[in-house]
Design a protein around this ligand. Structure first.
Ligand code: PSV
Ligand code: MN
Length: 388
């Protein structure tokens, strides 16, 4: 069995991956959303389910909220509920993509009143962050155009910058803004924040508390994502990750499922760039579970991240440096691949047990009866989804 050194285990112990509240609600494709017995009906039940993931893995200490999906009467109460279950409330995600007024844009809109409405929504999110104790405001914009000539792309960048300046000015001292990019969808000709360069240009003009969010699913096929990770860390602007797997186009599938080697490469650059256990770099999942059970789906996801982190920590950096310095291309590649091909699962299972956690969190959860319990108890009401 491969052994993991104390240094590696210490680094793994510090790892925390935030869960998205929306992962516990129903989701699907534009063709069909399948309901699942036991799906939460409100944010309280979503947080209770998220706490299960942390209970069996000790990897998921916080839960991100999406506003208005997770609106409640009292955020103090929601925070107390989370803390009672051993988790914290994390990133607040704004939502300017489900309101009729935003059909042609929100923070970029040419109509000042609609743009103000979108800015006000972010002010509301910041107020919520004060109550929940959240640090990060995550902005993803569904804005852009479908046809050449439809919009003045440059004017939209200018308006976006003005909107972001206003939102940034509202942040508390300890709060941050992270701007997510996505190269397409729901607009298909141009999007207003399509790539890391645009996000970087926008946040760099705001100040130190504004960073880039990298969602692994938001890149064209073939993109070298680990290069972007390296570059943003180098520039001190990698604020957060939205992890997921990209089988088709967007997010929504289990991180590490499509391409564990890509996840390994990304985590290697995170480690090399000083991004692991660095409070400036937040790790989050941005996934939904359309056909599999949601709680074990989230468990599998955080375990995949942990496993690839362990493998990336195994890269023999001295040997790699030496091979690179000697221009020994094949030796350098072999050092890298040796770590990737190392099965760390038995060592991680033994380590978990030594910390009082189940060796196999998925099996322990399945045996706990929680899935059946919520299916039996959560009868009636409306199951949560992308709108509630
Ligand atoms: C958009 O595709 C995205 O990645 C953004 O992070 C959203 O907030 C999230 O998915 C959920 O809609
Ligand atoms: Mn995302």
């Amino acid at each position: 069995m491969t052994t993991l050194t104390d240094d590696i285990l210490t680094q793994l112990e510090g790892q925390g991956i935030e869960l998205p509240s929306w992962a516990f609600g129903n989701s699907g494709t534009r063709f069909r959303v399948f309901g699942t017995p036991g799906t939460p009906r409100d944010p309280y039940e979503k947080i209770a389910d998220a706490a299960q993931v942390n209970r069996y893995t000790a990897l998921a200490p916080s839960v991100a909220l999406h506003i208005p999906w997770d609106k409640v009467d009292s955020y103090d109460d929601l925070r107390a509920h989370a803390e009672n279950l051993g988790v914290k409330l994390g990133t607040v995600n704004s939502n300017t993509f489900q309101d009729e007024d935003y059909k042609f844009g929100a923070l970029t809109h040419h109509d000042a009143s609609i743009r103000q409405k979108a800015i006000d929504h972010h002010f509301e999110c910041i107020d919520i962050m004060h109550a929940t104790g959240s640090r990060d405001l995550k902005i993803w914009l569904a804005e852009g155009s479908n046809y050449p000539g439809q919009n003045d792309m440059r004017a939209r960048q200018d308006r976006l910058n003005d909107s972001l300046q206003q939102i940034y000015a509202r942040l508390g001292d300890e709060q941050r803004l992270v701007l997510e990019y996505k190269f397409f969808e729901p607009s298909f000709y141009h999007t207003d924040v399509p790539d890391w360069g645009t996000s970087y240009a926008q946040v760099a003009s705001l100040g130190e508390k504004a960073m880039v969010c990298l969602d692994t699913g938001h890149h064209a096929p073939g993109t070298n994502i680990e290069f972007i990770v390296m570059q943003l860390l180098r520039l001190g602007k990698l604020g957060s990750f939205d992890f997921n797997s990209r089988f088709y186009a967007d997010d929504d599938l289990i991180v590490g499922a499509a391409d564990p080697f890509q996840l390994f490469r990304i985590l290697f650059e995170v480690i090399r760039g000083g991004g692991l256990n660095n409070p400036d770099v937040a790790f989050m999942l941005d996934q939904c579970h359309n056909i599999e059970d949601k709680i074990p789906g989230q468990m599998r996801s955080v375990l995949n991240v942990q496993e690839m982190t362990a493998r990336a920590l195994l890269v023999d950096r001295d040997a790699l440096d030496a091979a690179q310095a000697a221009n020994d291309v094949l030796a350098a590649n072999a050092v890298f691949m040796d770590a990737f091909y190392t099965d760390v699962r038995p060592a991680l299972a033994a380590w978990r047990e030594s910390r009082g956690l189940p060796a196999d969190p998925m099996a322990a959860y399945a045996a706990s009866g929680y899935q059946q319990k919520i299916a039996d108890e959560r009868v009636g009401g409306t199951q949560a989804g992308w709108g509630a």
